[in-house]
Design a protein around this ligand. Structure first.
Ligand code: THU
Length: 135
């Protein structure tokens, strides 16, 4: 698997969390993906007054990379406000499944305790993903 720097990825996630548009929850989330092409793309959560239109940080980072022509990922880092580890929501896990290997490393930390980092894989967090098979 392509090399990447987990520290740089977590730093990118922390930086972009500052840009979160989260007037409703007050919960800042930052995500950064490392691409096979050697780039890092980051994204923050973008909330909306119509709450259901909110976009998670993970999906912002992924869609930025994909729409810039970098659709293959080797790792993701996610950080959020507070001290509780921000496990990606179910929707984001399924979107990761669409584009990433089940062994994708997922680095998780927080803005208030950035030295505490958990590392999981996509298979750990989404053990039985939905996969579409044409009938
Ligand atoms: N959020 C994310 O950005 N990623 C997740 O995986 C879960 C939740 C955001 C959405 C919303 O802006 C805030 O966290 C509270 O749900």
């Amino acid at each position: 698997m392509q090399q990447y720097d987990p520290v740089a990825l977590l730093e990118a996630a922390c930086s972009v969390a500052e840009l979160a548009h989260c007037p409703y929850s007050g919960f800042r989330v930052g995500a950064a993906v490392a691409t096979r092409s050697g780039r890092i793309f980051s994204g923050c959560n973008v909330e909306n007054a119509s709450y259901g239109l909110t976009i998670c940080a993970e999906r912002v980072a992924l869609t930025k990379a994909i729409s810039e022509g970098h659709p293959t990922f080797v790792a993701i880092a996610v950080v959020a406000s507070g001290v509780s580890i921000p496990y990606p929501c179910g929707a984001c896990r399924q979107v990761l499944q669409e584009f990433c290997d089940s062994e994708l490393p997922i680095h998780l930390s927080t803005l208030d305790a950035p030295d505490v980092v958990e590392r999981h894989t996509l298979a750990d967090l989404l053990p039985h993903p939905f996969v579409f098979e044409k009938p």
